[in-house]
Design a protein around this ligand. Structure first.
Ligand SMILES: [Ca+2]
Length: 262
């Protein structure tokens, strides 16, 4: 295999970097030429410009280094900006997460307030119901009220969890009166009974009562109690969905053969 000297010589042009010259001098096509051709032929033919060639080569190398350094600097600056942008984006994301968390908390509070408001509206629609019983002898008469859920209120069971109703007043020595109050009576039927707990006088106690609510009052039919521990149904109080009250007197005076009303 042969190669023309001009082919290798053209690769040794002055504009070509020195490291390429070094590679070309080892090119397989150029190895059969003496070193005087590949390395220093130009400088021997032109001794007067040798110094200029050396300086140009050095300048070219410095320029390449400058370019590399500049490229590194540009890359470093770009990387720094990217890192700064990334840090800003991370901070913004953290702020956004905090805002979302606060928004969720506010939404939960709003829902809770809305539920309480709805409950208050429902309670406001419900009215109070008060039952008062009185007697004129020195006996001990007891008032009992059974709500629609079957809870029986009297002196021994004055209130129940989950109910706003309460047995408010008890008397053991007559004449006296007893009171049951529900501040927001739910719809349904309320059973009202009287019990002669202790008889101390000859005359039978005449027991009277009334039902009061925010729109008015109705008198409960009078009930006479004869025997100790006798329990009689006085009336059924019916409350509708709008808080209106009516009395069911169909069983008034009925003797209940048990100790309690329910
Ligand atoms: Ca009593």
């Amino acid at each position: 295999m042969t190669a023309s000297p001009s082919r290798c010589h053209s690769a040794h042009s002055e504009a070509e970097p020195r490291h390429l010259k070094a590679r070309n001098s080892n090119h397989p096509d150029c190895r059969h030429f003496p070193d005087s051709w590949n390395n220093t032929a130009d400088s021997r033919r032109n001794e007067g410009s040798d110094e200029v060639h050396v300086e140009r080569g050095a300048a070219g190398g410095e320029l390449a280094q400058c370019r590399d350094s500049l490229a590194d600097a540009v890359d470093a600056a770009t990387l720094a900006r990217c890192e700064a942008d990334l840090a800003t984006a991370a901070a913004n994301a953290a702020d956004l997460e905090i805002s979302l968390a606060q928004s969720s908390a506010l939404r939960a509070q709003l829902d809770e307030v809305s539920e309480e408001l709805q409950s208050c509206r429902e309670m406001a629609r419900l009215g109070f119901v008060l039952v008062i019983m009185s007697w004129s002898t020195n006996d001990d008469v007891d008032l009992h009220v059974v709500d629609p859920a079957g809870r029986e209120f009297y002196f021994a069971e004055r209130s129940f969890p989950g109910s706003d109703a309460a047995f408010e007043e008890d008397n053991i020595n007559g004449p006296g009166n007893e009171v049951w109050l529900h501040s927001a009576a739910e719809p349904g039927s309320y059973r009202v009974c009287y019990k002669l707990y202790t008889r101390r006088s000859l005359p039978r106690p005449e027991v009277r009562g009334s039902v009061l609510w925010q729109e008015g009052s109705i008198e409960i039919p009078r009930v006479d109690l004869a025997r100790e521990d006798e329990v009689r149904l006085a009336v059924n109080v019916v409350v509708d969905a709008d808080g209106n009250v009516a009395l069911d007197r169909s069983q008034s005076g009925l003797v209940l053969n048990r100790e309690l009303c329910g």
